[in-house]
Structures are given as C-alpha cells and as structure tokens.
Ligand binder design. Structure first.
Ligand SMILES: C[S@@+](CC[C@H](N)C(=O)[O-])C[C@H]1O[C@@H](n2cnc3c(N)ncnc32)[C@H](O)[C@@H]1O
Length: 214
C-alpha cells in the first residue's frame, strides 16, 4: 500500500472495497446523507465534486440536478476510474470533467456555483483544513455559490466515539491520512467567513449534512 510522497491521503489501495466496507458498517445511510439537500442545487450549475470516491454521488447529481458541467476532482486514480466507469456503464448523460488531483491543482480563474465535499473534511488535520483545503476551495467558489458538506461530527455517545476512533485508525493505516482526531470543520468553516444556511443531522447524529455560502 503506497502513500503519496507529500503525505497526502491515497485511497488507491482501499478503492476496490471502500463501498462494500461503508455498506457493511453503515448500510446505505452514508449515501442517503449526501443527497439530503440535493434539491437546493440550481439547474445549469457548474459543480465541483471533491473526493467523490467511486461516483455514486456524481450519478445522483447527473440524474437529479441538470448541471451545466461537473468537475470531478479525485486524488485517487483508482476511485476516479471507478467513477467514470459508473457513468459509462449506467449510460448517464451529462458533461463531466474527470480529473485526478486535489485542491492544489485548482485554478482560481475557474470558479463554481456549487462545491461538494462528501466525507472529505474528516480526513484532514485542523491545521491543514485551515491553511490549505478550506481557503483553496473558497477561492474557487462563486460569490453566490453554495458549498455542500456531508461529514462526521464529533459524537457524544460511547459506541459512536469508538467507531470513529476505529475508522480514523483504519484510514491512517490503509490510506495514510494524517489526522488523529476529527477536526471541528464546522468551526473552521465559520471562522473562514462562511455561513451555514442548512443543516441536518444524520446517522444517529454522527453525520451532519450542511449547506454553506460566502
Ligand atoms: C472517505 S473517502 C469518501 C468517498 C466518497 N465521497 C463516499 O462517501 O463514498 C474520501 C475520498 O476523498 C478522496 N480525497 C482525499 N483527499 C482528497 C483531496 N485533497 N482532493 C480530492 N480528493 C481527495 C479520496 O481519494 C477518497 O476517494
């Protein structure tokens, strides 16, 4: 299992069984959480999906949101290959630019009406979210744009804490994530000047689905 030289997460090794594992632990609940506010996406939007994995969310966006174009930015080539295969196999219409890379490869001159980060913020330390990921994505969000976040939030119940702790250790080992505990991404988004317009707790309160704007 390889980790990237820069110490960034690498989900290539996990890609073949990621969906199965997520289903085993959570059933379809992580998927359902991601589509709660999909009806808030305006038609004809330019959408950036960061870390969409094997492409289930992309499929939903293409089917339900009539986007102008989706840029599908995935750090894992294996995940990306699965996502593009999914679109082809299901014969889904729509304009999608598949790109292997991360937030550092985004150019400020190309901005988006909608940014989606499904279970991505939980991979990073507070420090990196604050100085890297959040400002990079903010730069490419249109002034009237929306940022859809679905992610784990710090649980208060014992078994949920244990589950989260186990997941973080698992992805530290298999995908080389650097964080040791879940960052308070809600606080960091608010501190960076974003405001929350919608929020819904999911998965017995372990997950929050939110919409933020500038
Ligand atoms: C925990 S998985 C979630 C996958 C998918 N969103 C889902 O819920 O099934 C995180 C995904 O984000 C990707 N990823 C991690 N860091 C990234 C980055 N900086 N830019 C783009 N993708 C990233 C990983 O390759 C992986 O596919």
């Amino acid at each position: 299992m390889e980790h990237t030289p820069a110490g960034k997460p690498n989900f290539d090794w996990v890609a073949p069984f990621y969906d199965f594992l997520a289903f085993l632990v959570f059933g379809h609940r992580l998927r359902r959480a991601q589509v709660v506010f999909l009806n808030q996406i305006p038609t004809n939007a330019h959408i950036l999906i960061v870390g969409g994995g094997t492409g289930w969310l992309l499929q939903q966006v293409l089917i339900h949101c009539q986007p102008n174009q989706v840029v599908y930015l995935e750090a894992s080539a294996q995940m990306l290959a699965r996502a593009s295969k999914r679109v082809i196999n299901h014969n889904i219409a729509g304009s999608v630019v598949f790109r292997v890379g991360d937030e550092m490869s985004l150019k400020p001159e190309k901005s988006f009406d909608v940014i989606m980060t499904p279970f991505v913020l939980d991979l990073f330390t507070e420090q990196y979210l604050q100085s890297g990921l959040i400002p990079q994505l903010q730069k490419v969000l249109n002034p009237s744009g929306l940022w859809f976040v679905t992610d784990f939030v710090n649980p208060r119940i014992g078994w949920q804490k244990l589950l989260l702790w186990t997941m973080i250790r698992f992805f530290r080992l298999t995908a080389g994530i650097k964080t040791v505990e879940l960052a308070d991404w809600q606080k960091l988004l608010a501190e960076s000047g974003l405001q929350r317009s919608k929020q819904k707790g999911q998965v017995s309160g372990m997950v929050s689905t939110e919409v933020w704007y500038l």
